[in-house]
Structures are given as C-alpha cells and as structure tokens.
Design a protein around this ligand. Sequence first.
Ligand code: URA
Length: 232
Amino acid sequence: MIKQELFAEAVEEVSRYFSFLSDMGCRGLDCSAGALEIIKDWGHVKEVHAETMGSIYDESKNCRRCKLSESRKHVVFGEGDPKNARLMFIGEGPGPEGNETGRPFTGEAGELLTKIIQAINLTREIVYICNAVKCMPSGERKFLPEEISACHVFLKRQIQVVKPDFICTLGSVSTAALLKTSRPIALLRGRFHDYRGIQVMPTYHPAFLVDNPEKKREVWEDMKQLMAAYRK
Ligand code: URA
C-alpha cells in the first residue's frame, strides 16, 4: 500500500472514531489538567511487586497443607541472607531442636554444618539455610512423599527470592525434591547438577556424617568443588 492510501485510511479511522464519540453524546474533548492527570498512566504496566522472604514466611506460618501442621511447635522456615546469598544449603527437615527454636540446623548436625560452612570461609549469616520440609513429624520417622511435595511450593519460592548461584543439597530428601530423581545420593554427589540454571552440588547430610565420619572426606571433596566454582 502506498503512503497516501495509508494516510487516507488513518484519517478515515480517526474520523470514524470521532463520529462514534459524537453518537455517544460527546461534544468535545476534555484536555483539562485533571483529565490529563487521570489518563497519564494509562497503558503503563504497574510495577510488579516481587515476593519477599517475609511474605512467604508469613504464609508458611499458617500453612495447613499437610498433617505436620497439627503437631509442629514452630515452622522452621530458613535463615541467613535472603538478599545477597550466593550459596544456599537445603537440608531435609527440622529435628526436635529446630521444632523448639524455629531455626534450621541447630542440633548436632547443625554444629557440623556450621563447621562445614566455616571450612569454606563462609558464615551462616552470609549463606541461606533452609529445609525441604518446614515442620517436624511427631515421633522419629521419615518424611512422607506427600509432606515433601506439599512443602515444595515454599522451597521453590525461597529459591526464587534468594536467586543463588549455587545450591548445596544435604542428603537424599532435598536432593530428590529438587532434582526430581530417586538415584542414591552416593551416585549424585561429587558433581554439579542443574536446577533452573542454578548449579546444584548434592552431598551427604551432616547427620549422616555424625554416624559415618569416614564420609567427611567425600563431603570435603564436594565443598572444594563448590568453592572453586564460587570463587571463580
Ligand atoms: N535440622 C534441620 O534443620 N534440617 C535437617 O535436615 C536436620 C536437622
């Protein structure tokens, strides 16, 4: 179509629009300051407010997605630096100490995790630590698949907020929850896997190391790889 035809078509369209306004009873255009103020933002997309860790936590405190909510004392949500952490540690779920304190990894396994973090020249305050499941089951039992999947929505959103470069999954529960695999941790550890563009290093759970100290050497190998990539 040549330029004149395009122009004529545009004029006709504008003319049709004014006729339509006239038919609707419009007798002029309101270009007052008030009208301009009202229409100034039309067509602009409002800023989308990103979710914060605080808002996810508030939601988790009232969670009734699974039966663990009936017996828990505290939701053990997570701690560390949600804004700047480049490395996130994800455990299994709270033990009795966490259920009492509301903090992840506070018992014997927690002490070992703190030492592991210090050994790679980081601190609990500058990484982010949480669990695949946020509430403790009553009695000594494993987490059920429905409890892990009910809680996954919180874990996913925590990862989205932190946006870490690296995740270290501790043990088979968090590794399976994130990587959607049932392969044993012994076959998954020792190399990076991908979770939505984030490098994931699975390793043995600190509680397992308490009972199997000879496995610490392998965890150290995993941490060395993690640190080399982190410092690159
Ligand atoms: N405490 C936690 O918070 N997570 C674990 O996986 C074990 C103990």
